[in-house]
Design a protein around this ligand. Structure first.
Ligand code: NAD
Length: 411
Protein backbone atom coordinates (compact mmCIF):
# COMPACT_ATOMS: atom_id res chain seq x y z
CA UNK A 1 0.00 0.00 0.00
CA UNK A 2 1.33 3.42 -0.84
CA UNK A 3 0.76 6.18 1.76
CA UNK A 4 -2.38 7.42 -0.01
CA UNK A 5 -4.03 4.00 -0.04
CA UNK A 6 -3.02 3.70 3.60
CA UNK A 7 -4.60 7.07 4.49
CA UNK A 8 -7.81 6.28 2.60
CA UNK A 9 -8.11 2.87 4.29
CA UNK A 10 -7.78 4.62 7.68
CA UNK A 11 -10.48 7.09 6.61
CA UNK A 12 -12.81 4.31 5.44
CA UNK A 13 -12.50 2.51 8.78
CA UNK A 14 -13.30 5.67 10.77
CA UNK A 15 -16.05 6.78 8.35
CA UNK A 16 -17.82 3.46 8.89
CA UNK A 17 -17.70 3.88 12.66
CA UNK A 18 -18.82 7.53 12.39
CA UNK A 19 -21.60 6.39 10.00
CA UNK A 20 -20.61 8.93 7.33
CA UNK A 21 -22.54 8.78 4.06
CA UNK A 22 -20.33 7.70 1.10
CA UNK A 23 -20.75 11.16 -0.48
CA UNK A 24 -19.45 12.80 2.71
CA UNK A 25 -16.50 10.39 2.83
CA UNK A 26 -15.66 11.35 -0.76
CA UNK A 27 -15.97 15.07 0.07
CA UNK A 28 -13.51 14.72 2.95
CA UNK A 29 -11.20 12.19 1.29
CA UNK A 30 -10.01 14.00 -1.83
CA UNK A 31 -7.92 17.17 -1.99
CA UNK A 32 -9.57 20.48 -2.86
CA UNK A 33 -6.66 21.49 -5.09
CA UNK A 34 -3.51 19.85 -6.44
CA UNK A 35 -0.71 21.96 -7.90
CA UNK A 36 2.19 20.47 -9.85
CA UNK A 37 5.04 22.71 -11.03
CA UNK A 38 8.31 22.43 -12.91
CA UNK A 39 10.96 24.63 -11.28
CA UNK A 40 13.98 25.74 -13.32
CA UNK A 41 17.22 25.83 -11.34
CA UNK A 42 20.35 27.54 -12.60
CA UNK A 43 23.09 25.19 -11.35
CA UNK A 44 26.52 26.38 -10.23
CA UNK A 45 27.84 24.86 -13.47
CA UNK A 46 25.78 27.36 -15.53
CA UNK A 47 23.30 24.71 -16.74
CA UNK A 48 19.55 24.91 -16.13
CA UNK A 49 17.96 21.80 -14.61
CA UNK A 50 14.28 21.23 -13.83
CA UNK A 51 12.78 19.92 -10.62
CA UNK A 52 9.20 18.81 -10.00
CA UNK A 53 7.35 20.36 -7.10
CA UNK A 54 3.92 19.75 -5.60
CA UNK A 55 1.45 21.41 -3.27
CA UNK A 56 -1.68 19.55 -2.30
CA UNK A 57 -4.32 21.68 -0.61
CA UNK A 58 -6.47 19.06 0.99
CA UNK A 59 -9.11 20.88 2.99
CA UNK A 60 -9.60 24.42 4.31
CA UNK A 61 -13.08 24.09 5.80
CA UNK A 62 -11.81 24.95 9.30
CA UNK A 63 -9.21 27.59 8.35
CA UNK A 64 -6.33 28.21 5.92
CA UNK A 65 -4.48 25.25 4.45
CA UNK A 66 -1.48 24.30 6.59
CA UNK A 67 1.33 21.79 6.16
CA UNK A 68 5.03 21.19 5.65
CA UNK A 69 7.32 21.01 2.64
CA UNK A 70 9.54 18.01 2.01
CA UNK A 71 12.68 17.92 -0.13
CA UNK A 72 13.37 14.26 -0.91
CA UNK A 73 14.08 12.14 -4.01
CA UNK A 74 11.13 9.83 -3.16
CA UNK A 75 8.51 12.61 -3.03
CA UNK A 76 5.56 11.78 -5.31
CA UNK A 77 2.04 13.05 -5.70
CA UNK A 78 0.36 10.19 -3.85
CA UNK A 79 2.70 10.66 -0.90
CA UNK A 80 2.00 14.41 -0.80
CA UNK A 81 -1.77 13.76 -1.05
CA UNK A 82 -1.61 11.37 1.91
CA UNK A 83 0.47 13.78 4.00
CA UNK A 84 -1.94 16.63 3.16
CA UNK A 85 -4.92 14.52 4.21
CA UNK A 86 -3.25 13.64 7.52
CA UNK A 87 -2.66 17.37 8.12
CA UNK A 88 -6.41 18.04 7.78
CA UNK A 89 -7.08 15.34 10.35
CA UNK A 90 -4.26 16.55 12.62
CA UNK A 91 -5.27 20.21 12.78
CA UNK A 92 -8.81 19.08 13.62
CA UNK A 93 -7.62 16.60 16.27
CA UNK A 94 -5.55 19.22 18.09
CA UNK A 95 -8.28 21.82 17.56
CA UNK A 96 -6.45 24.66 15.82
CA UNK A 97 -8.38 26.76 13.27
CA UNK A 98 -6.53 25.52 10.21
CA UNK A 99 -6.94 22.98 7.45
CA UNK A 100 -4.49 20.60 5.83
CA UNK A 101 -1.95 20.77 3.00
CA UNK A 102 1.48 19.42 2.14
CA UNK A 103 4.14 20.08 -0.47
CA UNK A 104 7.44 18.87 -1.69
CA UNK A 105 10.15 18.89 -4.32
CA UNK A 106 11.59 15.74 -5.88
CA UNK A 107 15.24 16.41 -5.05
CA UNK A 108 18.10 15.12 -2.97
CA UNK A 109 19.12 18.38 -1.28
CA UNK A 110 22.43 16.85 -0.18
CA UNK A 111 23.48 16.95 -3.85
CA UNK A 112 22.93 20.72 -4.12
CA UNK A 113 25.30 23.50 -3.07
CA UNK A 114 23.92 26.04 -0.57
CA UNK A 115 23.36 28.70 -3.30
CA UNK A 116 21.56 26.09 -5.45
CA UNK A 117 19.37 25.12 -2.50
CA UNK A 118 18.48 28.77 -1.97
CA UNK A 119 17.62 29.29 -5.65
CA UNK A 120 15.47 26.15 -5.70
CA UNK A 121 13.62 27.18 -2.51
CA UNK A 122 12.93 30.63 -3.94
CA UNK A 123 11.89 29.05 -7.25
CA UNK A 124 9.28 26.95 -5.44
CA UNK A 125 7.75 30.09 -3.93
CA UNK A 126 7.72 31.87 -7.30
CA UNK A 127 5.86 28.90 -8.78
CA UNK A 128 3.36 28.77 -5.89
CA UNK A 129 2.96 32.49 -5.15
CA UNK A 130 -0.69 32.71 -6.20
CA UNK A 131 -1.69 29.73 -4.07
CA UNK A 132 0.05 30.44 -0.75
CA UNK A 133 -0.35 33.36 1.66
CA UNK A 134 -1.00 34.07 5.36
CA UNK A 135 -4.76 33.72 4.89
CA UNK A 136 -4.64 31.01 2.19
CA UNK A 137 -2.00 28.34 2.70
CA UNK A 138 0.92 28.40 5.13
CA UNK A 139 3.84 26.01 4.48
CA UNK A 140 6.36 24.88 7.14
CA UNK A 141 9.41 22.59 7.45
CA UNK A 142 9.31 18.82 7.03
CA UNK A 143 11.91 16.24 5.99
CA UNK A 144 15.13 17.96 4.80
CA UNK A 145 13.74 21.49 5.04
CA UNK A 146 15.12 23.83 7.67
CA UNK A 147 14.44 27.23 9.28
CA UNK A 148 16.98 28.73 6.81
CA UNK A 149 14.96 27.38 3.87
CA UNK A 150 11.79 28.82 5.44
CA UNK A 151 13.56 32.22 5.72
CA UNK A 152 14.53 32.22 2.02
CA UNK A 153 10.98 31.27 1.06
CA UNK A 154 9.38 33.92 3.27
CA UNK A 155 11.76 36.56 1.96
CA UNK A 156 10.93 35.58 -1.63
CA UNK A 157 7.20 35.82 -0.93
CA UNK A 158 7.59 39.21 0.78
CA UNK A 159 9.62 40.51 -2.16
CA UNK A 160 7.06 39.26 -4.68
CA UNK A 161 4.10 40.70 -2.80
CA UNK A 162 5.82 43.87 -1.59
CA UNK A 163 4.82 43.50 2.05
CA UNK A 164 6.07 42.10 5.32
CA UNK A 165 3.87 39.04 5.18
CA UNK A 166 5.75 36.95 7.71
CA UNK A 167 2.70 34.80 8.43
CA UNK A 168 3.03 33.13 5.01
CA UNK A 169 5.38 30.43 6.33
CA UNK A 170 6.12 29.02 9.78
CA UNK A 171 9.19 27.33 11.19
CA UNK A 172 11.24 30.44 10.41
CA UNK A 173 14.43 31.37 12.30
CA UNK A 174 14.00 33.46 15.44
CA UNK A 175 15.75 36.39 13.75
CA UNK A 176 12.99 36.55 11.13
CA UNK A 177 9.59 36.06 12.74
CA UNK A 178 10.12 32.58 14.14
CA UNK A 179 8.59 31.45 17.41
CA UNK A 180 10.49 30.38 20.48
CA UNK A 181 9.90 26.68 20.98
CA UNK A 182 9.10 25.89 17.29
CA UNK A 183 12.29 23.97 16.45
CA UNK A 184 11.79 21.45 19.26
CA UNK A 185 7.97 21.57 19.15
CA UNK A 186 7.21 18.24 17.46
CA UNK A 187 9.55 16.33 19.76
CA UNK A 188 8.29 18.34 22.72
CA UNK A 189 4.65 17.53 21.97
CA UNK A 190 5.59 13.87 21.51
CA UNK A 191 7.27 13.97 24.89
CA UNK A 192 4.11 15.36 26.54
CA UNK A 193 2.17 12.44 25.04
CA UNK A 194 4.80 9.96 26.27
CA UNK A 195 4.25 11.27 29.81
CA UNK A 196 0.49 10.70 29.46
CA UNK A 197 0.96 7.17 28.11
CA UNK A 198 3.30 6.24 30.96
CA UNK A 199 0.78 7.62 33.45
CA UNK A 200 -2.25 5.96 31.86
CA UNK A 201 -0.60 2.54 31.53
CA UNK A 202 1.03 2.91 34.98
CA UNK A 203 4.43 2.00 33.53
CA UNK A 204 7.31 2.19 36.02
CA UNK A 205 9.23 5.15 34.59
CA UNK A 206 12.65 3.87 35.66
CA UNK A 207 12.11 0.69 33.64
CA UNK A 208 10.80 2.32 30.46
CA UNK A 209 13.24 1.97 27.56
CA UNK A 210 12.88 3.85 24.28
CA UNK A 211 14.15 3.29 20.72
CA UNK A 212 13.89 6.10 18.17
CA UNK A 213 14.16 5.63 14.39
CA UNK A 214 15.08 8.95 12.76
CA UNK A 215 17.55 11.40 14.22
CA UNK A 216 16.56 14.67 12.56
CA UNK A 217 14.52 17.51 13.97
CA UNK A 218 11.75 15.35 15.41
CA UNK A 219 13.69 12.27 16.57
CA UNK A 220 16.58 14.19 18.10
CA UNK A 221 14.52 16.61 20.21
CA UNK A 222 12.20 13.86 21.37
CA UNK A 223 15.12 11.64 22.40
CA UNK A 224 16.90 14.55 24.11
CA UNK A 225 13.83 15.55 26.15
CA UNK A 226 13.04 11.95 27.14
CA UNK A 227 16.67 11.37 28.13
CA UNK A 228 16.74 14.57 30.22
CA UNK A 229 13.56 13.45 31.96
CA UNK A 230 15.25 10.21 33.02
CA UNK A 231 14.01 7.72 30.39
CA UNK A 232 16.56 5.28 29.03
CA UNK A 233 17.16 5.70 25.29
CA UNK A 234 18.37 2.28 24.14
CA UNK A 235 18.31 2.76 20.38
CA UNK A 236 18.77 5.51 17.80
CA UNK A 237 18.85 5.38 13.99
CA UNK A 238 19.36 7.62 10.99
CA UNK A 239 19.08 6.76 7.29
CA UNK A 240 22.48 5.03 7.32
CA UNK A 241 22.05 2.72 10.29
CA UNK A 242 21.26 2.27 13.97
CA UNK A 243 22.91 1.84 17.35
CA UNK A 244 21.41 -0.15 20.19
CA UNK A 245 22.73 -0.18 23.75
CA UNK A 246 20.73 -1.61 26.67
CA UNK A 247 22.82 0.49 29.07
CA UNK A 248 21.43 3.65 27.50
CA UNK A 249 22.59 6.33 25.04
CA UNK A 250 22.97 10.07 25.49
CA UNK A 251 21.34 11.71 22.41
CA UNK A 252 23.42 14.87 22.76
CA UNK A 253 26.67 12.91 22.64
CA UNK A 254 25.38 10.92 19.68
CA UNK A 255 24.52 14.19 17.91
CA UNK A 256 28.06 15.50 18.39
CA UNK A 257 29.33 12.24 16.85
CA UNK A 258 26.87 12.53 13.93
CA UNK A 259 27.89 16.12 13.27
CA UNK A 260 31.56 15.17 13.23
CA UNK A 261 31.36 11.93 11.26
CA UNK A 262 28.22 12.45 9.15
CA UNK A 263 26.33 9.47 10.61
CA UNK A 264 25.44 8.10 14.01
CA UNK A 265 25.77 4.51 12.83
CA UNK A 266 29.54 4.42 13.43
CA UNK A 267 29.16 5.64 17.05
CA UNK A 268 31.58 3.88 19.42
CA UNK A 269 29.57 1.69 21.75
CA UNK A 270 26.51 -0.54 21.61
CA UNK A 271 25.41 -2.86 18.81
CA UNK A 272 25.39 -1.64 15.23
CA UNK A 273 22.27 -2.54 13.24
CA UNK A 274 20.33 -1.45 10.19
CA UNK A 275 17.65 1.16 10.81
CA UNK A 276 14.93 -1.45 10.10
CA UNK A 277 16.49 -3.95 12.53
CA UNK A 278 16.20 -1.39 15.29
CA UNK A 279 12.40 -1.60 15.07
CA UNK A 280 12.49 -5.23 16.21
CA UNK A 281 14.76 -4.72 19.24
CA UNK A 282 13.65 -5.00 22.86
CA UNK A 283 12.25 -1.72 24.22
CA UNK A 284 9.11 -0.46 25.94
CA UNK A 285 8.34 2.41 23.60
CA UNK A 286 9.23 2.37 19.91
CA UNK A 287 9.28 5.78 18.22
CA UNK A 288 9.32 5.82 14.42
CA UNK A 289 10.41 9.39 13.60
CA UNK A 290 11.63 9.16 10.00
CA UNK A 291 9.55 8.03 7.02
CA UNK A 292 6.24 6.36 6.05
CA UNK A 293 5.44 2.64 5.95
CA UNK A 294 8.48 1.43 7.91
CA UNK A 295 6.25 -1.00 9.84
CA UNK A 296 4.46 -3.46 7.54
CA UNK A 297 2.63 -6.72 8.03
CA UNK A 298 5.93 -8.62 8.12
CA UNK A 299 7.87 -6.78 10.81
CA UNK A 300 4.69 -5.93 12.80
CA UNK A 301 4.75 -9.53 14.00
CA UNK A 302 8.28 -9.14 15.33
CA UNK A 303 7.98 -5.88 17.23
CA UNK A 304 8.75 -6.29 20.93
CA UNK A 305 7.71 -2.84 22.19
CA UNK A 306 4.47 -2.48 24.14
CA UNK A 307 3.83 1.06 22.87
CA UNK A 308 4.48 2.68 19.48
CA UNK A 309 4.52 6.47 19.52
CA UNK A 310 4.24 7.62 15.90
CA UNK A 311 6.26 10.80 15.49
CA UNK A 312 6.79 10.28 11.74
CA UNK A 313 3.75 10.69 9.52
CA UNK A 314 2.26 7.39 8.39
CA UNK A 315 4.99 5.02 9.64
CA UNK A 316 2.58 2.06 10.02
CA UNK A 317 0.92 0.41 7.02
CA UNK A 318 -2.83 -0.22 7.40
CA UNK A 319 -2.46 -4.01 7.50
CA UNK A 320 0.26 -3.73 10.15
CA UNK A 321 -2.00 -1.60 12.35
CA UNK A 322 -4.42 -4.50 12.75
CA UNK A 323 -1.64 -6.94 13.63
CA UNK A 324 -0.27 -4.54 16.26
CA UNK A 325 -3.73 -3.94 17.74
CA UNK A 326 -4.43 -7.68 17.86
CA UNK A 327 -1.10 -8.20 19.61
CA UNK A 328 -2.11 -5.65 22.27
CA UNK A 329 0.54 -3.12 21.31
CA UNK A 330 -0.73 0.41 21.97
CA UNK A 331 -0.26 2.62 18.91
CA UNK A 332 -0.42 6.36 19.58
CA UNK A 333 -1.23 7.82 16.15
CA UNK A 334 0.80 10.44 14.31
CA UNK A 335 -2.20 12.78 14.02
CA UNK A 336 -2.01 13.23 17.78
CA UNK A 337 1.58 12.33 18.74
CA UNK A 338 3.35 14.68 16.31
CA UNK A 339 0.80 17.50 16.38
CA UNK A 340 3.01 19.66 18.63
CA UNK A 341 4.80 20.91 15.49
CA UNK A 342 1.77 22.27 13.72
CA UNK A 343 0.40 23.65 16.99
CA UNK A 344 3.49 25.79 17.61
CA UNK A 345 3.44 26.71 13.89
CA UNK A 346 -0.06 28.02 14.54
CA UNK A 347 1.29 29.99 17.53
CA UNK A 348 4.03 31.41 15.28
CA UNK A 349 1.41 32.49 12.72
CA UNK A 350 -0.66 34.17 15.46
CA UNK A 351 2.46 36.01 16.67
CA UNK A 352 3.26 37.14 13.10
CA UNK A 353 -0.27 38.41 12.53
CA UNK A 354 -0.42 40.29 15.83
CA UNK A 355 3.25 41.35 16.06
CA UNK A 356 3.12 40.26 19.69
CA UNK A 357 5.94 37.80 20.44
CA UNK A 358 5.75 35.30 23.30
CA UNK A 359 8.35 33.86 25.66
CA UNK A 360 9.27 30.17 25.35
CA UNK A 361 7.57 29.54 28.69
CA UNK A 362 4.34 31.05 27.30
CA UNK A 363 4.55 28.83 24.18
CA UNK A 364 5.05 25.67 26.24
CA UNK A 365 2.37 26.70 28.73
CA UNK A 366 -0.11 26.83 25.83
CA UNK A 367 1.13 23.71 24.06
CA UNK A 368 1.09 21.24 26.94
CA UNK A 369 -2.58 21.56 27.95
CA UNK A 370 -3.65 21.30 24.31
CA UNK A 371 -1.70 18.06 23.85
CA UNK A 372 -2.92 16.61 27.14
CA UNK A 373 -6.56 17.55 26.46
CA UNK A 374 -6.47 16.00 22.97
CA UNK A 375 -4.91 12.83 24.37
CA UNK A 376 -7.64 12.59 27.01
CA UNK A 377 -10.44 13.19 24.48
CA UNK A 378 -9.08 10.53 22.14
CA UNK A 379 -8.46 8.03 24.94
CA UNK A 380 -12.02 8.48 26.24
CA UNK A 381 -13.49 8.18 22.74
CA UNK A 382 -11.50 5.03 22.02
CA UNK A 383 -12.88 3.47 25.21
CA UNK A 384 -16.42 4.61 24.38
CA UNK A 385 -16.30 3.36 20.79
CA UNK A 386 -14.26 0.26 21.70
CA UNK A 387 -11.73 1.10 19.02
CA UNK A 388 -8.04 1.92 18.63
CA UNK A 389 -6.65 5.41 19.26
CA UNK A 390 -6.12 6.15 15.55
CA UNK A 391 -9.72 5.42 14.63
CA UNK A 392 -10.95 7.41 17.63
CA UNK A 393 -8.77 10.37 16.58
CA UNK A 394 -10.16 10.19 13.04
CA UNK A 395 -13.75 10.03 14.31
CA UNK A 396 -13.16 13.12 16.46
CA UNK A 397 -11.51 14.98 13.57
CA UNK A 398 -14.18 13.98 11.06
CA UNK A 399 -16.89 15.31 13.35
CA UNK A 400 -15.16 18.71 13.38
CA UNK A 401 -14.29 18.80 9.66
CA UNK A 402 -17.68 17.60 8.47
CA UNK A 403 -19.34 20.01 10.93
CA UNK A 404 -17.47 22.95 9.37
CA UNK A 405 -18.15 21.75 5.82
CA UNK A 406 -21.86 21.43 6.59
CA UNK A 407 -22.32 24.89 8.10
CA UNK A 408 -20.38 26.35 5.17
CA UNK A 409 -22.62 24.58 2.67
CA UNK A 410 -19.81 22.42 1.26
CA UNK A 411 -21.72 19.23 1.99
P1 NAD B 1 14.53 15.67 9.23
O1 NAD B 1 14.89 15.84 7.80
O2 NAD B 1 14.94 16.70 10.20
O3 NAD B 1 15.07 14.26 9.75
C1 NAD B 1 14.77 13.04 9.15
C2 NAD B 1 15.64 11.99 9.83
O4 NAD B 1 15.21 10.71 9.41
C3 NAD B 1 17.12 12.09 9.50
O5 NAD B 1 17.85 11.81 10.67
C4 NAD B 1 17.33 10.97 8.48
O6 NAD B 1 18.65 10.46 8.49
C5 NAD B 1 16.36 9.95 9.03
N1 NAD B 1 15.93 8.94 8.08
C6 NAD B 1 15.52 9.06 6.80
N2 NAD B 1 15.22 7.84 6.30
C7 NAD B 1 15.43 6.96 7.31
C8 NAD B 1 15.31 5.57 7.45
N3 NAD B 1 14.89 4.81 6.45
N4 NAD B 1 15.64 5.00 8.65
C9 NAD B 1 16.06 5.74 9.70
N5 NAD B 1 16.19 7.06 9.62
C10 NAD B 1 15.88 7.66 8.45
O7 NAD B 1 12.93 15.46 9.24
P2 NAD B 1 11.94 15.67 10.47
O8 NAD B 1 11.40 17.03 10.37
O9 NAD B 1 12.59 15.19 11.71
O10 NAD B 1 10.75 14.69 10.04
C11 NAD B 1 10.73 13.32 10.41
C12 NAD B 1 9.30 12.79 10.35
O11 NAD B 1 8.48 13.56 11.22
C13 NAD B 1 8.64 12.88 8.98
O12 NAD B 1 7.73 11.80 8.83
C14 NAD B 1 7.85 14.17 9.05
O13 NAD B 1 6.77 14.22 8.14
C15 NAD B 1 7.38 14.09 10.49
N6 NAD B 1 6.97 15.37 11.09
C16 NAD B 1 7.81 16.43 11.12
C17 NAD B 1 7.41 17.60 11.74
C18 NAD B 1 8.31 18.80 11.90
O14 NAD B 1 7.92 19.74 12.60
N7 NAD B 1 9.51 18.79 11.34
C19 NAD B 1 6.11 17.69 12.28
C20 NAD B 1 5.28 16.58 12.24
C21 NAD B 1 5.73 15.42 11.63
Amino acid sequence: MNPLQNALAQLAKAAKLAKLAPSVETAVGGPMRTIEVKIPLLGDDGQIRYYFGYRVQHNDARGPFKGGLRFHPAVDLDEVKALAFWMTIKTAVIGIPMGGAKGGIVVDPKKLSIPELERLSRGYVRAMRDFIGPDKDIPAPDVNTTPQIMAWMTDEYCQLTGGNNLGVITGKPLEYGGSLGRTAATGQGGYYILEQVVKKLKLPKSKVTIAVQGFGNVGYYFAKLAHEAGYKIVGLADSQGAIYDERGLNPEKVLVWKEQSGTLSTYQGGKHLSSQELLEQKCTVLVPAAMENVIDSENAKKIKASVILELANGPIAFAADKILNDRGILVVPDVLANSGGVTVSYFEWVQNLTNDYWTEAAVLAKLKPMMVESWEQIWRLSVKLKTDLRTAAFVLALERIVGAMKVRGMI
